[in-house]
Design a protein around this ligand. Structure first.
Ligand code: ADP
Ligand code: MG
Length: 378
């Protein structure tokens, strides 16, 4: 799903009101009937109808026709737009640049503020698995009332921002969190390469022990990263390691804490052995080496990302993981129009696929996970 920043420029206040109405309606309707959108937007039906068609043409909403009624739903494009608009209004973002990463569950862009400070915009795209494969998994999803991609992606962004904030405030090597809205966060751009791209390390033993110390220090502050791997560790030119990507962090009070802790440790051991032929008998053990001294997990909960939200997100992530395993390769297939939900009787194809625009947007895109390894050494 591409972010079309150009769309930001052509939006009247009425267009915006209708889009927000579609968003509000989406909270309790999977497909929001057009009259409800008009009602929320306080526009005559005729007026909002025209605007909705126009928004659909720009892929900000999608027209959905099912047996019961016709209506619209907000698309990721529309949701992106609303978040970006908020960032613009708060002066945190002024312009959007190249896409630098496409993850399984996020898209990463370079953005800048008016002072031309470059930053990173991370857009959460949860539910690519389940909402895409919904056709074959109808029953599976029936019981999941709150499992909307919008809501879950927002939870993931809130979580990531909350954790990044307490970690940053407590001096951990993480990007500075700058802003959060809906399913997006804005953070400091780190001038570094993912460990995955570093073919040679001058002193692997030193980096290894730095990383293990970081795992232990996190635990002593009450936290486990949960996805401590070569993609989520950025290495600066001076060798400093910066940790990113927090939507799966857990408290060391989590029932499976030991499992997550060991998995993080193991990830580093295996990677260093395979990649740098470095092996050490020393590695942290959960029971021996972790002693809680601080409680950042409690601070996170107090900051508004509550235990309940945490549990809700975790349940969803687990289910997605299972589903992804069942589906294998196809799980994260994303269609060209970026639409996730195909559980409709018929969905009108957007009238025009603007190919000219796409070319331009894709230029300069580096797919972080897929790029050829650069011969980087530190
Ligand atoms: P995902 O959840 O999709 O794995 P990540 O937060 O790990 O998303 O980001 C994906 C990639 O984007 C990273 O591997 C890294 O290359 C790049 N990236 C993410 N955040 C930053 C940042 N703050 N500064 C520089 N690069 C970043
Ligand atoms: Mg990552």
């Amino acid at each position: 799903m591409k972010l079309d920043a150009k769309v930001l420029r052509y939006m009247s206040p009425e267009d915006f009101r209708v889009l927000v109405a579609a968003e509000m309606g989406s909270k309790n309707h999977e497909v929001v009937p057009s009259p409800i959108i008009s009602q929320i937007a306080k526009l005559r039906h005729g007026g909002s109808h025209k605007i909705l068609s126009e928004l659909a043409r720009r892929n900000l909403v999608a027209k959905v026709q099912n047996i019961k009624y016709d209506g619209y739903r907000l698309t990721y494009g529309g949701y992106d737009y609303l978040a970006l608009r908020t960032f613009c209004q708060r002066d945190s973002v002024y312009s959007v640049g190249n896409q630098i990463g496409v993850g399984k569950e996020s898209d990463i862009y370079i953005v800048a503020n008016e002072e031309e400070r470059q930053m990173v915009l991370k857009i959460q795209r949860l539910g690519r698995v389940s909402f895409r494969s919904i056709k074959s998994k109808r029953d599976y999803l029936k019981n999941r009332k709150s499992a909307s991609w919008m809501y879950m992606s927002k939870l993931a962004a809130e979580k990531e921002y909350a954790f990044m904030k307490v970690l940053h405030e407590n001096g951990f090597p993480v990007p500075e969190p700058i802003d959060q809205n809906r399913h997006c966060i804005v953070m400091e751009l780190i001038d570094a390469f993912p460990l995955r791209q570093i073919s040679e390390v001058a002193d692997p033993g030193k980096l290894y022990s730095n990383l293990m110390n970081l795992i232990v220090k996190l635990a002593s502050y009450g936290l486990i990263h949960g996805d401590f791997n070569e993609f989520n560790i950025l290495i600066r030119e001076n060798g400093e390691a910066i940790l990113i990507d927090f939507p799966q962090m857990v408290s060391i009070d989590h029932p499976n804490a030991e499992y997550y802790f060991n998995r993080d440790v193991e990830c580093i051991r295996v990677y260093f052995k395979k990649r740098y032929q470095y092996e050490s008998l020393l590695y942290p053990k959960f029971k021996l080496d972790t002693e809680r001294q601080f409680s950042l997990d409690v601070q996170v909960a107090a900051s508004g990302f509550t235990k309940e939200k945490q549990a809700e997100l975790e349940k969803f992530q687990e289910e997605e993981g299972q589903l992804a395993q069942e589906l294998g390769e196809d799980a994260y297939r994303v269609s060209d129009d970026g639409e996730e939900n195909e559980d409709e009787e018929s969905e009108e194809e957007s009238e025009e696929e603007s190919d000219e625009d796409e070319e331009e947007d894709v230029e300069g895109v580096a797919h972080a996970r897929e790029t050829e390894e650069l011969p980087v050494s530190v």
